[in-house]
Design a protein around this ligand. Structure first.
Ligand code: ADP
Length: 469
């Protein structure tokens, strides 16, 4: 799938890069232009003031006639198209001037004279000489008590500067836009190459191929972290899909045996058509197997509902001590059958808030396992005790075959049954159910074991908001 070029991040980044680069260049150019014209104007103003001071000295020394001559000589020396001088009385009447044919547009500004009379300083103005759009800077200044000098200079240097500046600006901006677009494209392509790798990997992943991973550069930048996170997510998905596959295999396997048995009963019943007792026996067996199936399905539902946070547990104050003792009493006949030395040590009056039914089932599963996996004449010991941190602890210790530490987590998975246990009856749901119940009560179920020596299952349950009576 090819993305629309104009929608790609690379295109948008390039556009942003070129835009920002060009705008900042324009700002820099504008700033430079402003500062340069400002400095040039200040220099012009300083020159005009200098001329006014000179005229003032000449008037003091040589009188008005001297100044009149100076106006002509100075303008000729600098160029009559470059500068002009007019000497006037405060009422605006001109009494001497340089050659003014080029400057005839520039009149006497009465407003400027009035301002000058008020401030006794000097007044600057900028004029536009219409025929050739040339600007002129004009100064009004008192050079003697009753004599005002009006002098102006052509600002041709400024128009030259502007046209030179325009050329430089256009050429530079062309370069800047091309350069920034190319470098922006290069940078964004480089920065986004990691994203492409992730997209490629994501596209190549299918249900049958989950091993693919994004190559990591190891330089710890954002894209590398994204690749690491993406790979971790893939690891989790792979593990999840694996466990779902394993689980569905196990479910299929566990459902197959009772269904095959039910079918067998029906077949026998069909063959022995006329014996009513056979019918009865087969019906009873079918009910028993169906109950087992239903029980399995119900347990599965409880576990998955609890895991998805929809567990419908009913919490009420429960006398844990009495509950454990009762469960132990129930299993005494089983222990006696196997000549197992079965002892139960229960601390008095431990009350917790719990779902009694669920807890009973979970605890029975643990006791059932301990007695099931311990060989004849072995030992099983149950202890209920208080922990100092506000929890009750139930330990079920047996002298059974023990569990290899590498299966400590596996045994709590749904439908997991150790190879060696396949001969004993069971569904592989007991421990998974017991741990789910313990965790629903904000507690936990853990295992410690030594192969050949025995196993200890520890169930910790907080009292929650009830106290020890
Ligand atoms: P089931 O007992 O029905 O197989 P469980 O979920 O109760 O299923 O137990 C899972 C596995 O853990 C068992 O198949 C068995 O291999 C192992 N296991 C459980 N309890 C014990 C125990 N007390 N001693 C040794 N192995 C045990």
């Amino acid at each position: 799938m090819m993305p629309d070029l104009f929608k790609t991040i690379a295109f948008r980044l390039t556009l942003w890069y070129a835009g920002i680069f060009s705008v900042s260049s324009c700002v820099a150019f504008a700033l430079f232009y402003f500062l340069a014209t400002q400095t040039l104007q200040e220099q012009t103003d300083r020159d005009l003031l200098e001329k006014a001071r000179y005229f003032s000295t000449v008037i003091q020394r040589n009188g008005i006639m001297g100044a009149s001559k100076l106006a002509v000589i100075e303008a000729q020396a600098a160029g009559e198209k470059r500068i002009f001088f007019r000497l006037l009385y405060p009422n605006g009447e001109v009494f001497a001037s340089s050659h003014m044919s080029y400057w005839k547009d520039i009149s006497i500004d009465q407003g400027a004279i009035n301002t000058l009379a008020r401030t006794k300083g000097h007044v600057f103005m900028t004029w536009l000489i219409t025929p050739n759009d040339q600007k002129a800077r004009v100064l009004y200044s008192f050079v003697a008590d009753n004599v005002i000098l009006q002098t102006g200079v052509a600002m041709d240097f400024q128009s030259k500067f502007i046209s030179a500046f325009k050329t430089v600006f256009i050429v530079s901006m062309g370069f800047i836009i091309i350069f920034s677009a190319v470098s922006g494209l290069f940078l964004s392509k480089k920065a986004l190459s990691g994203v492409k790798a992730i997209t490629r990997t994501a596209n190549s992943i299918t249900g049958a191929n989950l091993e693919e991973r994004v190559p990591q550069t190891g330089n710890q930048d954002e894209l590398d972290l994204l690749a690491v996170t993406f790979n971790r997510m893939l690891d989790r998905i792979e593990a999840l899909i694996k466990s779902i596959r394993e689980m569905s295999d196990n479910i299929a396997h566990d459902l197959k045996s009772p269904l095959t048995r039910i079918r067998g009963f029906a077949e026998i019943a069909l063959v022995n058509m006329d014996e009513i007792d056979t019918y009865r026996g087969m019906a009873a067996n079918t009910i028993e197997e169906s109950d087992r199936l239903l029980d399995m399905i119900n347990t599965m539902l409880v576990i998955s509902r609890a895991e998805s946070g929809e567990g419908q547990f009913l919490y009420k104050p429960v006398d844990l001590s009495a509950m454990v003792q009762e469960a132990c009493d129930l299993f005494v006949p089983v222990a006696e059958d196997k000549q197992i030395q079965f002892t139960c040590e229960v601390a008095d009056y431990i009350e917790i808030e719990a779902d009694a039914k669920m807890l009973q089932r979970a605890f029975s599963n643990l006791l059932d396992n301990a007695l099931k996996y311990t060989r004849e004449k072995g030992r099983v010991h149950v202890r209920l005790e208080r922990e100092s941190n506000g929890t009750a602890q139930i330990l079920i210790t047996d002298t059974g075959p023990g569990i290899d530490p590498k299966y400590f987590e596996k045994i709590f998975e749904r439908f997991y049954r150790a190879e060696s246990s396949r001969t004993s009856p069971g569904t592989g749901l007991g421990l998974s159910f017991a741990r789910t119940v313990a965790r629903q009560h904000k507690g936990d179920l853990t295992v410690a074991s030594q192969l050949g020596k025995g196993t200890v299952f520890t169930m910790r349950l907080p009292y929650r908001n009830t106290q020890i009576i």
